[in-house]
Design a protein around this ligand. Structure first.
Ligand code: COA
Length: 182
């Protein structure tokens, strides 16, 4: 689907397959207070509006993943994690931008997510691509009763040209687009 050379060695982003699940579940356990189990991921494979991408190192080794839903003109980010040993190399931002690019090309114009109030790394990542806090849900998470910060991003023309310059055809201009990588 997409390659980028910001990380060393280079990372390629592709659709997640069932064969990626063992590595994804290891990263999931190492990354979240309340990790998804295999059933959660399998359910996402079945939902027509859900997409799962992986960042692959050395062609096959999973360095991170993202899960997002595209509904009408919105994209909602539900899960994003990077293997502990691969963090701060641009993998998380690349996964996020790839998801947002796919969403833009499918006419999404608003991106939404929830993040633990104390999750500084994730909040900084989201802010770095333009997400802004839009509300607080006190006691939202089961473990620790931590608050969720709602964040949103309006992906207007100026934002799209900043992040996807030259590679973001406007769907209203009749450009055909395929979600599936070869
Ligand atoms: C949040 C997470 C996905 C970030 O992935 P990553 O690959 O390390 O992020 P990137 O290298 O792309 O970082 C992009 C930007 O995010 C911010 N950032 C990332 N990690 C950070 C940290 N530990 N502290 C402060 N800022 C951080 C920085 O602004 C960074 O840009 P910079 O490196 O140029 O300063 C990763 O830390 C992770 O998997 N955490 C556990 C799971 C999680 O919290 N997921 C999000 C749930 S909402």
């Amino acid at each position: 689907m997409t390659g980028f050379s910001g990380a060393s060695p280079p990372i390629r982003i592709a659709e997640m397959g069932l064969g990626d699940l063992p590595e994804v579940l290891e990263i999931e356990k190492a990354s979240h207070v309340e990790p998804w189990d295999e059933r959660f991921f399998r359910e996402e494979f079945e939902r027509p509006h859900s997409r799962l991408l992986v960042a692959l190192k050395q062609a096959t080794e999973v360095a991170g993943y993202i899960c997002f839903w595209m509904v009408a003109d919105e994209v909602q980010i539900f899960n994003l994690a990077v293997a502990p040993g691969e963090r701060r190399r641009g993998v998380g931002r690349s996964l996020l931008l790839e998801a947002l690019k796919i969403a833009c090309r499918n006419k999404a114009r608003l991106a939404l997510l929830e993040v633990r109030r104390g999750n500084t790394a994730a909040r900084r990542l989201y802010e770095s691509v333009g997400f802004r806090p839009a509300g607080i849900r006190p006691g939202y998470y089961g473990v620790g009763r931590e608050a969720a910060v709602l964040m949103e991003l309006e992906m207007d023309r100026a934002w799209r040209s900043r992040w996807f310059a030259g590679s973001d055809p406007d769907p209203t201009e009749g450009v055909s687009w395929s979600l599936r990588h070869p």
